[in-house]
Design a protein around this ligand. Structure first.
Ligand SMILES: Nc1ncnc2c1ncn2[C@@H]1O[C@H](COP(=O)(O)OP(=O)(O)OP(=O)(O)O)[C@@H](O)[C@H]1O
Ligand SMILES: [Mg+2]
Length: 365
């Protein structure tokens, strides 16, 4: 909508992760190095956790974009999958037939497929996105899949991406065997203030913006405070600011423009609590890629807090967990609908205003 007005060749703040827009912030760069290291190990699990919208899927897509030809990758985005469903899904992603087959048969065929791949000098990589949704027994099934070997060489490596809820799952006492197979892990934090500006400028430039003066310095400060440096929130807000600028025919987007838009979207977008704009989230390892998940962390105070998500025998309290998730989903959908309604009304008003101006100018002629 506003692309032509600002001389852009594409949408700069699309929500779909696009490797060509990948911005290598300090933490994203470091995380990428850990992941590349993990990939070079050709075995076990690589885990990326991070707050919602911090770029887990983006980083995985960027890694895949640069992946060597000898790796055959399959990606699954998991709803709550049972172990059997997982096996079926993994098999079908690698194009191994599953119709009318028992689980044992599917596993046999999958192993044969992985073995043939290995023989042809290639290897398989499985990417499991939204892994925080997996029940413990399904993660355990993933571990079993990682046991496929040929002459001591593992046939399948897996990548787990998940929100913070994945951490207590992996720290559960009965996940020790899984933990020992993690070859690299990292946690993504939001961008800091200078990076937030660089991120915005990078995306605008990548989308073809030539005017370096479109945003006033003070605007970046306001954008950071409102979004807390979370890339997805930055994208949503920036899209609205550019739309506003276009509708108001602005050639400079300053603090006042950002204030106007944030006041409009404050109810629709999640807003960080007052005063937290410049801080990182309170996770122990926030923003720091960690070489490995440390078992002893589960016994620390931080660990004790996350353990409250688990039953005494170490299982995730499923009902409460999924109830909360469903409530959050319902809220998010409600927000999205009211967001759309507000935006439609807003555009409607502006179009009416423009029409009136047009009629007035016409009658002046
Ligand atoms: N390093 C980055 N470079 C460019 N864009 C990014 C980067 N990180 C995140 N983004 C953008 O932020 C948005 C959210 O990113 P993404 O979907 O990867 O987050 P996520 O952590 O996977 O979110 P979720 O927790 O919901 O799965 C996307 O529009 C993506 O393009
Ligand atoms: Mg994601």
């Amino acid at each position: 909508m506003y692309e032509n007005y600002y001389g852009l060749t594409s949408k700069p703040f699309q929500l779909t992760p696009d490797p060509s827009f990948f911005f290598a912030s300090k933490w994203h760069k470091r995380a990428m190095s850990y992941l590349q290291y993990g990939l070079s190990q050709a075995e076990g699990f690589i885990v990326i956790t991070g707050d919602i919208g911090t770029g887990k899927t983006t980083i995985a897509n960027s890694l895949l974009d640069n992946i060597e030809d000898d790796i055959v990758a399959a990606q699954i985005v998991t709803p709550k999958l049972s172990p059997d469903e997982l096996v079926k899904m993994v098999a079908s992603k690698f194009e191994v037939g599953t119709l009318n087959k028992t689980k044992a048969d599917i596993l046999k065929d999958l192993e044969k497929y992985l073995f043939d791949l290995h023989k042809s000098g290639k290897r398989a990589l499985l990417i499991v996105d939204e892994a925080q949704n997996l029940p413990l027994e399904t993660i355990e099934e993933l571990r079993m899949l990682s046991n496929f070997q040929q002459q001591g060489k593992p046939l399948l490596q897996s990548f787990l991406l998940g929100q913070e809820e994945l951490q207590p799952i992996l720290r559960a006492p009965n996940m020790e065997q899984f933990r020992q197979r993690i070859v690299a892990s990292c946690h993504l934090a939001p961008l800091n203030e200078p990076e937030c500006r660089e991120y915005i400028e990078y995306r605008l430039k990548h989308a073809g913006l030539e005017n370096n003066e479109l945003f006033a310095d003070g605007a970046f400060d306001k954008i950071f405070k409102f979004t807390n440096g979370v890339p997805r929130r930055i994208n949503t807000l920036m899209d609205r600011i550019l739309l506003y600028g276009f509708l108001e025919e602005l050639t400079l987007l300053d603090e006042t423009a950002v204030d106007t838009v944030t006041a409009e979207v404050a109810d629709e977008m999640f807003r960080p609590e007052e005063g937290t704009g410049a801080t990182q989230p309170p996770l122990p390892a926030a923003g720091q890629p960690q070489p490995k998940v440390n078992v002893s962390e589960a016994q620390t105070d931080g660990g004790a807090e996350v353990m409250s998500e688990l039953t005494p025998d170490g299982r995730v309290k499923d009902v409460q967990y999924y109830k909360t998730m469903l409530n959050e989903l319902t809220d998010a959908l409600d927000d999205a609908i009211s967001h759309k309604i507000k935006l439609t009304r807003y555009i409607d008003n502006l179009l009416k205003k423009k029409y009136k101006t047009y009629v007035r100018l016409k009658s002046d002629d």
